[in-house]
Ligand binder design. Structure first.
Ligand SMILES: *Cc1c(COP(=O)(O)O)cnc(C)c1O
Length: 347
């Protein structure tokens, strides 16, 4: 099995001949960590000779308070990818099927393979989840369904009405995972909030992360919110001490500095509008995006486009023969990308 598995490909960094380098390949925030968060980490460093709090009690309570849910509805992990892995572990036995859209988040097939379950990949309809086809793909063997909302890498989102209709069709033995890694960037009023949906649906859970909008990608901390039976099952699968002490204190400090962080998110959202409109003006087709990236379906031109961006010092994320995902960065990085796209279009 391991011999045939493709490893996860992290976003790469590149540099132009003059040394300019912009990393728009991993959907990170363009901003440096907040001073208050760095201070909390420095203070926390004084305790790293001790094991972290295994239950991450303070962070769990801070998340519960922030979202007005009981602490028993919160499960933490070393990044939400790890929580997703724990979900796969809870259902992982031979013969089990997991349904998700494709293309979507690259970790899903990897985690399915690692857990020894069968991936049922339902092709996107255009750039969107095909919820009808996904509902039809669910059968007696299905235990998990992932809905990546907004979808990585297309940036598109499933709206409230269609999602609720889909959830009504999914049988109760199937857990529906709403992967909301980019929720803070969403501005569509009709976007479904998983934290509302999970309350009266015991088979719905929500994954969120401190890696993207909160700028803690390097520390690895994410969480799930779900009803108590799901949370207890997932907590049983955690590796002891998975969420380290610095991640715990930084996440708490980030919740305390949330207003400042959400101001930054707002600036990224404004840049997203500017970047997408400039690309449309250059003649590109760019689906509406609710995340901190844009998607260009370039088919056979994908790798050439990525190479042209790399020559200008801009790292983007190519998916060969499909398209390119480009994170929204600083205004300067975005300008460098837009210039590279314009000169590619002119060729
Ligand atoms: C980035 C991302 C995550 C979060 O990953 P972490 O492990 O929390 O860093 C989860 N889901 C999707 C779809 C993502 O793009």
């Amino acid at each position: 099995m391991l011999d045939t598995m493709a490893p996860y490909k992290p976003g790469k960094a590149v540099a132009a001949p003059d040394g300019r380098s912009y990393k728009l390949s991993s959907n990170e925030t363009p901003y440096d960590p907040l001073p208050s968060v760095v201070e909390a980490i420095a203070e926390g460093a004084r305790r790293i000779h001790r094991y972290p709090d295994p239950g991450a009690t303070r962070l769990t309570e801070a998340i519960a308070a922030r979202y007005s849910v009981p602490p028993e509805h919160v499960a933490l992990g070393a990044g939400s990818v790890t929580v997703a892995q724990q979900l796969f572990e809870t259902v992982g036995e031979p013969g089990v099927e997991v349904v998700y859209a494709w293309r979507s988040f690259e970790a899903y097939p990897l985690l399915a393979d690692l857990a020894g379950v069968t991936s049922v990949m339902v092709p996107l309809a255009g750039e969107d989840h095909d919820l009808d086809a996904m509902a039809e793909a669910v059968n007696d063997r299905t235990r998990l369904v992932f809905v990546c909302n907004p979808n990585n890498p297309t940036g598109t989102s499933v709206r409230r009405g269609p999602l609720e209709a889909f959830l009504d069709r999914v049988p109760e033995h199937v857990l529906v995972v709403l992967d909301e890694a980019y929720i803070e960037y969403v501005r569509d009023d009709d976007f479904p909030d998983g934290l509302t949906l999970y309350r009266d649906r015991p088979n719905v859970c929500v994954l969120r992360t401190f890696s993207k909008a909160y700028g803690l990608a390097g520390l690895r901390v994410g969480y799930m919110i779900a009803q108590e039976p799901v949370v207890s099952a997932v907590r049983k699968t955690i590796i002891p001490f998975a969420v380290n002490h610095l991640a715990q204190v930084a996440a708490i400090a980030s919740l305390e500095a949330e207003d400042e962080l959400l101001d930054r998110v707002e600036r990224v959202v404004k840049e997203r509008t500017r970047v997408r409109e400039s690309l449309l003006g250059q003649g590109w087709t760019v689906p509406p995006t609710e995340a901190n990236f844009v998607w260009l379906r370039l088919g056979g031109r994908t790798l050439d486009f990525a190479a042209a961006c790399a020559a200008e010092g801009v790292a983007v994320r190519p998916f060969a023969e499909e398209g390119v995902r480009v994170s929204i960065g600083s205004p300067e990085a975005n300008d460098a990308f837009l210039a590279a796209a314009a000169s590619f279009a002119a060729k």
